[in-house]
Design a protein around this ligand. Structure first.
Ligand code: SAM
Length: 277
């Protein structure tokens, strides 16, 4: 598959060329194999099947997903969450804090959160309950995330004290298993971001390195509005460090020192006239 064909496929899905720039070799390989399995000689034949066979469309979409992640990806964000955002949320919380990891991949994001939650909890006498939901559209990733088994590369930014407290070395150090207690009470769901939030009233939504990276702009806006409906007023939307909120963002205000965290200021966000407060 050459770049022209790949671009045609990206357009068919409303995916962005820029978003797939760094990962396109691997994705193209997976798609080429799919085309071969289906005896598609060119992109037109493949598009024909995408248009007519739902199973082909589903398999293609799965192959287009990218699961690259690691613990504490964007270190400064996690420091800011542990030192500023979470203590503030916890201080104001009544009974529970609701968190959604949207596009959780193999689980590094949701487990990073569970680690900082556990550390904070240890320093407080009373602490709210955590209701955490992790969703992804790729069932293979969700199964891996549930297992809590990680490769060495996922842990490359994990400090030694956290590694020894929360992980168990397996296979002579080739694999690290997270403490089972951290996996308790995570609500896993298979869910497409286009279908909106799995619940409402979230205090914190992690939307990192998926919608805002891989999709084209008009779609980003439309889906973002849906997702933000799940966030409560004064709740935080967390995006990836290389990502931007599309357009002018009305109703969201950026954290002063954590530029990837946006606080929701009004309940209903409209697509038109999005502006930064
Ligand atoms: C690169 S990983 C990011 C993982 C994690 N959020 C992080 O930042 O480290 C992107 C994940 O988003 C998921 N994803 C992409 N588009 C999605 C969609 N439309 N609906 C649900 N999940 C999606 C992919 O399956 C993949 O697991």
């Amino acid at each position: 598959m050459d770049d022209t064909e790949f671009k045609i496929l990206l357009d068919w899905w409303n995916y962005s060329w820029g978003g797939y720039r760094k990962v396109r070799r691997g994705v193209k390989k997976r798609i080429s194999r799919h085309m071969q399995d289906l005896n598609c000689l060119d992109i037109d034949a493949y598009l024909e099947l995408l248009n007519t066979r739902i199973s082909v469309k589903e398999e293609c979409e799965k192959r287009m997903t990218v699961s690259i992640s690691r613990f504490f990806r964007d270190k400064k964000l996690w420091q800011g969450l542990e030192q500023e955002i979470l203590p503030d949320l916890v201080g104001k919380a009544k009974d529970s804090i609701k968190v959604w990891s949207a596009g959780c991949a193999r689980g590094e994001e949701v487990d990073s959160f569970k680690i900082i939650w556990d550390r904070l909890k240890a320093t407080h006498k009373s602490f709210p309950k955590l209701e955490i939901t992790a969703t992804d559209m790729n069932p293979d990733y969700v199964e891996m995330a549930k297992s809590g088994r990680y490769s060495v590369s996922s842990l490359k930014e994990v400090p030694e004290d956290i590694r020894s407290t929360y992980f168990e070395k397996k296979k002579g150090g080739k694999r690290f298993d997270i403490k089972r207690s951290l996996k308790a009470e995570i609500n896993w769901q298979l869910k497409h971001l286009f279908d909106g939030p799995p619940d409402s009233g979230f205090h914190l939504i992690f939307l990192r390195n998926n919608l805002l990276t891989y999709y084209q702009k008009p779609l980003k806006k439309e889906v973002l509005i849906k997702i933000l409906a799940g966030l409560r007023i004064n709740g935080w939307l967390i995006i990836g460090s290389h990502e931007k909120i599309p357009g002018d963002t009305q109703g969201l205000s950026r954290h002063e020192t954590i530029p990837w965290a946006y606080k929701k200021k009004v309940q209903v966000l409209k697509q038109v006239g999005f502006k930064t407060l």
